[in-house]
Design a protein around this ligand. Structure first.
Ligand code: NAI
Length: 490
């Protein structure tokens, strides 16, 4: 049996890990820790009985390639899922806080600041029940200095003989590739107090990751740098997408092809080729929320120019979604009222069932606002989830209208049958190999296909008879030639 890490300053060994929050981050992260650290007992807790029951069932609450095997391999051995939050906190030596940190939808900072109420309630729970020292690891994405707030809550309620060390260990996994990202991370970031106690806690967490991550990929720093690095990384990634999407609008107006432009730009090693794919816009629970969080931070720090700079990344994303929806409406002879439109893909990206902030939600909203009848198919998104998204008050103020306009299909061919147009909103691989001849045959004519992810073979589709419209590239000869040289004379 492996010798466990002993923290002399807290007088404890790292034998039990508890993770608060059994979501997209907590579940996969802990499964990978349990898989790689057989001598550590890992328990993931959540207030949601439904979520925990799903983690304990054959059908896990989230879809991630490779996750089922890993969970099933360790569950009941050194990986547990429980709703007994108090008991698991009491017994744990190291606690990960992996709760959600959504954008605040009320009060000060509404629409921009991160809502830290779940973080605070987790910290208060730790403070209330703990009877021995612990390392508390903030894994949720938080504003800079959140660790300090956690420390303040813990220290204000500390029991005699109990000591805490707070670490920042932001998670960089991407949904759809979570298992791979966790097994082979680009880097693991650990921030902590620059004191002997802080350094020892950092070493304890390095020891946990050291079971499968090489030392050169584990970087340590001060807590605030670690917290800001996560916001910065997401802001840079979102910025790349908005940059190429902004280019896609120029391409459509000039006849350039955004895929070719991205290829040429990405070959510059200083820029690199990743995350340069134009699309209908980014989604997911993190990019928008984290960039907004950064914008709010800049405003609070009285840096309005910096805030405005990052806000533009969000504005371009909104613009891209709206632009794509407008293109659908314009192409369908300026009206989609009562027209049947098939939507292929509702998840915010392929290989996940997560729909949070998915571009598809907004495309559906804009089309529903115009009275279109939508026929939606997604290979992984549950019907209940899809309806919850579309009936959210920010998307539709009348749930009965959603019921009237939306039909959810379990078969893509059925979804496309008798429709005027087909809109690809998610880049699922299976969409590439469908029988489009059959689909074309079943659609109303002229049949339109809008590829919001640039994944299909457009020439082939046009050969079948489709009118194909995509992002960042003109596929049909415009009726009127509008040379870009029409710009005002110098
Ligand atoms: P999630 O919403 O899937 O899961 C959070 C879970 O925490 C929920 O099941 C909720 O019931 C539970 N919870 C909330 N308060 C609790 C409490 N006091 N006690 C016990 N359970 C509680 O969220 P997700 O996606 O896992 O994100 C968690 C954090 O990780 C967020 O800060 C997010 O920004 C960050 N993150 C998310 C990534 C992603 O791809 N989803 C990637 C990297 C970071």
């Amino acid at each position: 049996m492996e010798k466990l890490f002993y923290c002399s300053k807290l007088d404890m060994t790292i034998g039990k890990i508890c993770c608060i929050g059994a979501g997209y981050v907590g579940g996969p992260t802990c499964a990978i820790i349990a898989h790689n650290c057989p001598s550590i007992q890992v328990t993931v807790v959540d207030l949601s009985e439904e979520r925990i029951a799903q983690w304990n069932s054959d059908r896990l609450p989230i879809f991630e390639p490779g996750l089922d095997d890993i969970v099933k391999g360790c569950r009941g051995k050194n990986l547990f899922f429980s709703t007994d939050v108090k008991k698991e906190i009491v017994e744990a030596d190291l606690i990960f806080i992996c709760v959600n940190t959504p954008t605040k939808n009320y009060g000060v900072g509404k629409g921009r600041a991160a809502d830290l109420k779940y973080i605070e309630s987790a910290a208060r729970m730790i403070a209330t029940v703990s009877t021995k020292s612990k390392i508390v690891v903030e894994k949720s994405t938080v504003p800079v200095k959140a660790a300090e707030s956690i420390a303040n809550i813990l220290k204000a309620n500390v029991k005699p003989g109990v000591k805490y060390q707070i670490l920042s260990n932001p998670e960089f996994l991407a949904e759809g590739t979570a298992v791979k990202d966790l097994l082979q991370p680009d880097r693991v970031l650990i921030g902590g107090d620059q004191t002997p106690e802080g350094h020892e806690a950092i070493q304890a967490l390095c020891w946990v990751y050291g079971h499968w991550v090489s030392k050169d990929r584990i970087i340590t720093m001060n807590t605030w740098s670690s917290e800001l690095s996560k916001l910065a990384a997401n802001a840079f990634l979102a910025q790349r997408i908005s940059s190429i999407n902004a280019m896609s609008a120029i391409c459509e107006s000039t006849g350039a092809d955004v895929t070719e432009v991205a290829h040429a730009v990405g070959m510059d090693t200083r820029i690199g080729n990743k995350f340069l794919k134009a699309s209908v816009g980014f989604g997911g629970s993190c990019f928008q929320k984290d960039v907004l969080n950064l914008v709010y931070l800049c405003e609070c720090l009285n840096l309005p120019e910096v805030a405005e700079y990052w806000q533009q990344v969000i504005n371009i994303n909104d613009y891209q979604r709206r632009r794509f929806a407008n293109k659908i409406i314009e192409s369908l002879f300026n009206t989609v009222t009562n027209k049947n439109i098939a939507i292929f893909g509702f998840a915010f990206k392929k290989d996940t069932g997560d729909t949070r902030e998915s571009a598809a939600i907004y495309i559906c909203k804009y089309l529903m606002d115009e009275g279109a009848k939508l026929h939606i198919y997604d290979p992984k998104v549950e019907e209940k989830q899809l309806i919850t998204e579309l009936t959210h008050p920010a998307i539709s103020d009348d749930p009965s209208r959603v019921k009237e306009l939306v039909t959810i299909h379990k078969d893509p061919y059925e979804a496309a049958n008798n429709t005027h147009a087909l809109v690809v909103c998610t880049e699922w691989d299976e969409f590439i190999n469908y029988d489009y001849e059959k689909i074309y045959g079943s659609m109303l004519k002229p049949a339109f296909l809008f590829d919001g992810r640039i994944i299909l073979d457009h020439q082939k589709l046009m050969g079948l008879g489709f009118n194909v419209i995509t992002i960042g590239k003109r596929l049909q000869r415009p009726n009127v030639h509008r040379p870009y040289a029409q710009a005002p004379a110098q």
